[in-house]
Design a protein. Structure first.
Length: 196
């Protein structure tokens, strides 16, 4: 399996483990595991779907991780999604397509307007935290900590998984992980709108 996940194959599992927030049981499931792809397989097999999505959120390159958050948010977005949330997601998608500082800062403005309460807003935050500096324009650079983008992506995905109907979380997380694998393999990871 690890050969097909080209975008995460060289990711250091040891560095990621503290970011994933593993329960004691999940830690046991990963005993002697050194590859991210193997860890992902073990977490899924053990039913640790939230941990598995957090692993992917931190293992993917930032650009791909932000895209994944956007795909998951789109999947569970209601037909009457608020315009401000749509704009936040579109700002994050714009940054994925062209990683400019202007687009990154626009994504953060949209997240702020959305009050940081939706998957779309957190996808936009992830785009902002993917850049060189969190400081205002013209100020000395304040680089975001390396884990912040993955943390925002994981937040977006968890929110998307419970949106509208928390009972759908397990099935949604499985679909999200399929999307994440597709992105890790170089694909687009697109998910159709969820059937209601």
């Amino acid at each position: 399996m690890s050969q097909s996940l080209a975008k995460i194959i060289d990711t250091d599992l040891t560095a990621l483990r503290p970011r994933v927030g593993l329960s004691a049981v999940a830690v046991t499931a990963l005993a002697n595991c050194t590859l991210v792809a193997d860890a992902l397989e073990r977490l899924e097999a053990g039913g640790f779907l939230v941990e598995a999505t957090r692993l992917v959120a931190h293992a993917l390159p930032k650009r791909e991780a932000v895209w994944w958050a956007c795909m998951c948010a789109t999947h569970t977005a209601p037909e009457d999604l608020a315009e401000i949330d749509r704009q936040a997601r579109e700002s994050a998608e714009d940054w994925v397509r062209q990683q400019t500082d202007k687009l990154r800062r626009q994504a953060m403005r949209q997240a702020e307007e959305a009050d940081f309460t939706t998957p779309e807003a957190w996808a936009a935050v992830a785009a902002f935290w993917s850049g060189d500096s969190m400081a205002p324009e013209g100020q000395a650079a304040v680089p975001p900590a390396p884990h912040l983008c993955g943390t925002a992506v994981a937040g977006a995905i968890v929110l998307a998984a419970v949106r509208g109907d928390p009972l759908r979380q397990p099935a949604r997380l499985k679909r999200f992980l399929e999307s994440g694998r597709n992105i890790a393999a170089g694909g687009p990871g697109r998910l159709p709108p969820e059937e209601t």
